[in-house]
Design a protein around this ligand. Structure first.
Ligand SMILES: [Zn+2]
Length: 301
């Protein structure tokens, strides 16, 4: 793996990447020392942890540019056209998301859990790769793409079941789906309007309604209170926060850093770029996550 330049001593606002190459080994040593000093950590993970699994990030060095505004909850729930657009694009992206496999970073987090150094895992990711790597006690803060919820009757069902029905209803999308190589971080792909117009959505099998939604938190929706409370409770149990691959740009994640900081819990951030929580962090380790976390798990395991 190519060594990336890192800088954990200061944060450069304008450019998320460090300007001066810093010794990766030295920063990794500092990371190992800092994490070893506290018995148990709560992990808060973001998109940067899944980029090595082929799921791109909107931010960070490997980030892709968002070509259009993300669909809001009101647009999705209130408009049949909005839902058609969402499902057409998401149906095409699902194959890549569904096939994604956990990487070394996810496996290291699971190993740190097994040896007791990590308690619960709170993730902003919707890909379930922590669970696939063997992690337990995972709180999917923003929900998961592999489940579907009906907005009319609240029935939850597996995404795989819906995908079979969508594929049957849209045979002409088969060829298109096979050609998809690049998925957006939200699990969808760019798609021409003419294709979107021809896409057929399928109804809920229980109530017949046409408002099936992936079981994820959309923009304009809030994370369920009970889920947030469980995450805070987990953080208060370990009294230490290890942030992995999140720029913390949304409050749903940043609030845990603020909570930790207010209570004097140690905060360590491993990310490939500046984050909103840098001021509160005791250590910023600008490291490639898979490699750094593997070393951490080996040394602490
Ligand atoms: Zn329903």
């Amino acid at each position: 793996m190519r060594r990336r330049a890192v800088d954990w001593t200061r944060v450069l606002d304008a450019d998320p990447r460090p300007r001066e190459p810093v010794d990766v080994e030295a920063v990794t040593e500092e990371l190992v020392r800092t994490v070893a000093a506290t018995p148990r950590w709560t992990v808060l993970s973001g998109a940067g942890l899944s980029t090595e699994s082929g799921i791109p990030d909107y931010r960070g060095p490997s980030g892709v540019r968002r070509s259009s505004d993300p669909m809001t909850f009101s647009e999705f729930s209130g408009s049949a056209d909005g839902r058609r657009r969402y499902w057409a694009r998401s149906h095409l992206g699902w194959r890549l998301i569904g096939d994604a496999r956990p990487n070394a970073g996810h496996r290291a987090v699971a190993a740190l859990q097994r040896c007791g150094r990590v308690g619960g895992v709170v993730t902003q990711n919707v890909d379930r790769l922590h669970q696939a790597a063997g992690s337990t006690d995972v709180i999917d803060l923003h929900g998961t793409l592999d489940r579907v919820v009906c907005l009319d009757c609240s029935t939850r069902s597996p995404r795989s079941e819906l995908e079979v029905r969508l594929a049957e209803a849209n045979p002409d999308f088969e060829q298109l789906a096979a050609e998809v190589r690049q998925v957006n971080p939200d699990g969808d792909v760019e798609l021409d309007d003419s294709w979107v117009a021809g896409f057929r959505v399928v109804p809920c099998l229980v109530c017949g309604g046409d408002r099936l939604k992936p079981d994820v938190v959309f923009f304009g929706e809030s994370v369920p209170k009970e889920r947030v409370a469980r995450a805070f409770a987990e953080l208060d149990r370990t009294r230490a926060l290890l942030v992995l691959g999140s720029s913390l740009s949304v409050m749903s994640g940043y609030r845990f850093v603020r909570h930790a900081s207010r209570h004097g819990y140690p905060v360590v951030v491993v990310n490939q770029g500046a984050t909103r929580g840098d001021a509160e962090a005791d250590l910023l380790a600008w490291l490639p996550l898979g490699e750094a976390l593997t070393t951490l798990a080996e040394r602490l395991g």
